[in-house]
Design a protein around this ligand. Sequence first.
Ligand code: CO
Length: 208
Amino acid sequence: MDIKKIFKNNKNWIVEKLKVDKNYFKNLAEGQKPQILYIGCSDSRVSAEDLMGVQPGEVFVHRNIANMVPNTDLNVMSVINYAVSHLNVKHVVVCGHYNCGGVKEAMLSKDLGLLNPWLRNIRDVYRLHHTELDLIINKDDKYNRLVELNVQEQCINVIKTAVVQNALLEKRITVHGWVWDIHTGELVDLKIDFDEILKEIMEIYRLT
Ligand code: CO
């Protein structure tokens, strides 16, 4: 990839946008009112806006390795707080994807240096669900299920924050767990039943 080509692409993109709407950038500059916060993986193949078919201004996006929501990560916590209490998004989505390199690496007995503490969160997801995961013989099926369970646990981490708990109590937000199937391009709603999952543990995490 020639880096100069990026700037050429950018110029072409501006021309295309202005051809359709000469006020496009003027309107864009006026502000954002996204209804969705999307937390996804940094993987270069998982292009958030493209796979959802959304335009600039429609989705507030946060991406990191393996779509994690660690409790002590100031970055993702700031994004959630800002999206929920200032932008007033109506939906928070955690979107994982099959063939996630982060999830695969987390399952190897390998020292990955700085990445160790980050990926340890995925090992914790495995530990929480090892009874189910240990029963899966096929390695790919096991990784894929871990991808799904990781999405579920990161959604629960979203719900552990005070700002989301308040928004849920006021019924102005919905949390969703999705997986993008890299083999077919299909976006799959995991239809996670948070009421059921949180029934036993919510009292522990309740802040409000
Ligand atoms: Co990934």
